[in-house]
Design a protein around this ligand. Structure first.
Ligand code: ADP
Ligand code: ZN
Length: 725
């Protein structure tokens, strides 16, 4: 019976949404909802939260209520669902009286599977009366972090949700959010009274996003250069003020880019127009304020630039999360200056004390993230309460080696300071004590009497702050959830104090004195497995159809699907339905013109298509191929690739060789660099350049004392890619 249900869900996933597999925790979450249990989902942006409540809504009787704070996003989601052939509606202040009546009627007739409701509509008396009459399957609360004032997007009306749901009966609740530090998570669960909920927290790691921070210098020149490197791709540039938004949009326009501004001060028609232009690909770059909840749900945004330093890591993470939602390329560049931090601090000076203190803490986290030289991904994941034990290799700090130092004694001082002040203080106070500050606070606690007092007087405040932060990051210390700002020792910290050992910390960036910051040059991406010309044809077809139907293009088909079509050239409905992201619903709705276009292209260019009969088996093989190319493109460690495909290193190498021999260039430099130094590489390359054969046995006889077979094979691939392809 269980197996049956699993099968049914999987079939529905393919039939309705066109996906072959669930991602991450999706299946377990859906099962939990179907079992009528309270469910708490923490999943990063782009990981696929929506499906977690959409699918169970479809396979159950009744209507699922989805509470979502972003009105713009609601329409978007409902459009997408309708494109899949699903009956979904929304209820918010943008609807006319008669539209509202129609929505209510369809819902009461039991036709509507998902009903999106804004929190403020939820509290209205007549809506409540209506909801009482609806057969509700469950309630989903999207963007649940809005409940917590410790988050970055607190909305007071969210505090009333629990009470209202309570009035509607004993309904299962699923709360979802993309950002929750451990503190915020606790807050959400307490407030929704769902401490008993099953928690599904997925990794926050967005492997395809590249994080980079540059000092804010010559910024306009830098920005123009950066967007030139990404010409024709979709991107978002965030600025702090409306004035800046206008200015930068103009700057980009005069430099020949298709850019448009977007901020709350614009006339709402203009705003809608610009958003639509961006979604419909008439405009490549949108320049926007972060203050405005944009509800951007575009899967193929290729870069996100923070022109100004953001107010919090939560905001930063969510905004950068809008890049590469389809799993393909996503570049995240932030320009940082401490002046921005000071400016932002001033913004909140008239706010109530708790709010101001909280804003300040968030800003401190932001600036320490920017200034730190530790792997960006490691820092971000740690911030969201996830341990990530290695450096990622795919961020600016990993790519450009930073200065390291022996930190055993520094760490010891910090841990002693924490212990001697009885684990009741925060970063600034600890640093004051270590440096022997005579401020009132230190004296009033008598901390000038402690043995650790003044032990680190000869080092700067910045150094000590950085040591404390790295002690946290490497889990010698932890934050006290109940008392915000307070640091405590972990078991690892205690063990270290009992028996100290050598540890290496990284020197922070000193952006104030940077003359010319080294730049991380991005390599031009290698050849793609798909036919670029056909992709272009399909994209323009998609745009035309999108315009006819009044939908954003990606609602029709997403980029990865188009790329797959240009790889397998499906020319029948059945073949088309095998493409990832294409369900039967979409085939019926949009398939015909795409099939015709592919057919025509295939005929004009004499392309051998994979016959329909072999589509199924060869799809998998080619999928591995595409996957491998994409992963190498993203510079993923080969071991990781092999592991995720469940194949041995040997098999992976064969696959790579196969790809290479069939003419695709692969750039493996990132991996080679990690296993062979320059001289060794030159040595092997020299051999292949002069050898009579590229046979590996022969090479092993010659070089086998110094190199492994794997190293030789990898170098042979590099050699072939460079010379033969
Ligand atoms: P979130 O709400 O978590 O930010 P979305 O629900 O918008 O993310 O999903 C992000 C993207 O992932 C969407 O383009 C969606 O179509 C796609 N997606 C979701 N689930 C799957 C799946 N099981 N297989 C493939 N793609 C998926
Ligand atoms: Zn990194």
């Amino acid at each position: 019976m269980l197996v049956d249900q699993k099968e049914i869900l999987k079939d529905k996933l393919k039939e309705i949404f066109g996906y072959d597999q669930f991602r991450g925790n999706q299946e377990a979450i859906i099962q939990n909802i179907l079992d009528k249990k309270n469910t708490f989902v923490i999943m990063p942006t782009g990981a696929g939260k929506s499906l977690c409540y959409q699918l169970p809504a479809l396979v159950q009787a009744g209507t699922a209520i989805v509470i979502s704070p972003l009105i713009a996003l609601m329409k978007n989601q409902v459009d997408q669902l309708n494109a899949f052939g699903i009956n979904a509606h929304f209820l918010n202040s943008t609807l006319s009286k008669s539209e509202i009546n129609r929505v209510k009627k369809e819902t009461l007739e039991g036709k509507t599977k998902l009903l999106y409701v804004a929190p403020e509509s939820l509290t209205k008396e007549d809506n409540l009366d209506f909801l009482h009459k609806v057969h509700i399957s469950f309630v989903a609360i999207d963007e649940a972090h809005c409940i917590s004032e410790w988050g970055h997007d607190f909305r007071p009306e969210y505090r009333r949700i629990r009470q209202i749901i309570g009035q509607l009966g004993n309904l299962p609740v699923i709360a979802l959010t993309a950002t929750a530090t451990p503190k915020v998570q606790q807050d959400i669960q307490r407030n929704l009274q769902m401490e008993d909920a099953d928690l599904f927290k997925s990794s926050f790691n967005r492997k395809n996003l590249y994080y980079e921070i540059r000092p804010k210098k010559d910024i306009k020149k830098q920005l123009v250069r950066f967007v030139s490197q990404h010409k024709g791709k979709s991107g978002i540039v965030y600025c702090l003020s409306r004035k800046k938004v206008e200015e930068i949009a103009e700057l980009l326009r005069v430099n020949g880019f298709k850019a448009a501004p977007y901020h709350a001060g614009l006339d709402s028609n203009v705003r809608m127009q610009n958003q639509d232009a961006f979604l419909n690909e008439d405009c490549d770059i949108i320049v926007a304020t972060i203050a405005f909840g944009m509800g951007i749900d575009k899967p193929d945004v290729r870069f996100v630039v923070h022109y100004d330093t953001p107010k919090s890591l939560e905001g930063y993470y969510q905004e950068t999360g809008r890049a590469g939602r389809d799993g393909l390329e996503g570049n995240c560049l932030m320009f940082y200056s401490y002046n921005d931090i000071l400016k932002l601090e001033k913004f909140s000076k008239d706010k109530p004390v708790t709010e101001r203190d909280n804003a300040k803490l968030l800003l401190q986290e932001m600036s320490s993230y920017a200034e730190s030289s530790v792997c960006r991904r490691r820092q971000l994941l740690h911030y969201f309460g996830e341990s990530f034990d290695t450096d990622c290799g795919f961020c600016d700090n990993c790519k450009v080696p930073r200065e390291k130092y022996e930190a055993e004694n520094y760490l010891l001082q910090v841990l002693r300071a924490v212990q001697q002040t009885e684990e009741r203080f925060g970063l600034n106070h600890l640093v004051d004590v270590i440096r022997g500050s005579e401020n009132q606070y230190v004296l009033s606690y008598g901390h000038n009497q402690l043995p650790v007092y003044g032990q680190g007087a000869e080092e700067t405040q910045e150094l000590w702050q950085s040591v404390v932060r790295q002690s946290l990051l490497y889990e010698f210390l932890e934050k006290d959830i109940e008392n915000i700002g307070t640091l405590k020792l972990t078991q690892r910290g205690r063990d270290f104090m009992a028996m100290p050992y050598s540890v290496t910390f990284t020197r922070d960036h000193d952006y104030s004195t940077t003359e010319e910051e080294e730049e991380v040059e991005k390599e031009v991406p290698v050849l793609k497995p798909h036919d670029e010309a056909l992709v272009a044809i399909l994209k323009s077809l998609r745009k035309t159809i999108a315009r006819q139907k009044g939908l954003p293009p990606y609602v029709i088909f997403q980029d990865p699907s188009l790329e797959e079509m240009a790889t397998f050239f499906p020319t029948t409905k059945d073949a088309l339905s095998h493409i990832n992201g294409v369900g039967m619903g979409k085939v019926a709705k949009f398939g015909t013109p795409f099939i015709q276009a592919i057919q025509q292209y295939v005929e004009e260019n004499n392309i051998d298509t994979i016959a329909d009969v072999v589509v199924k088996s060869s799809v998998n093989r080619s999928k591995t191929k595409i996957f491998v190319i994409q992963q190498i493109d993203r510079k993923i460690d080969l071991f990781e690739i092999a592991e995720s495909q469940n194949i041995s290193m040997d098999e992976l190498l064969s696959e790579i060789e196969h790809i290479c021999y069939s003419g695709t260039k692969l750039n493996l430099d990132y991996y080679l660099e990690s296993i062979l130094d320059e001289d060794q590489q030159a040595d092997i390359a020299d051999y292949f350049l002069n050898a009579q054969t590229d046979n590996i046995r022969t090479a092993l006889e010659e070089l086998g004392d110094d190199y492994t077979e794997e190293e030789l094979r990898l170098m042979r691939i590099k050699f072939l890619s460079e010379y033969a392809n």
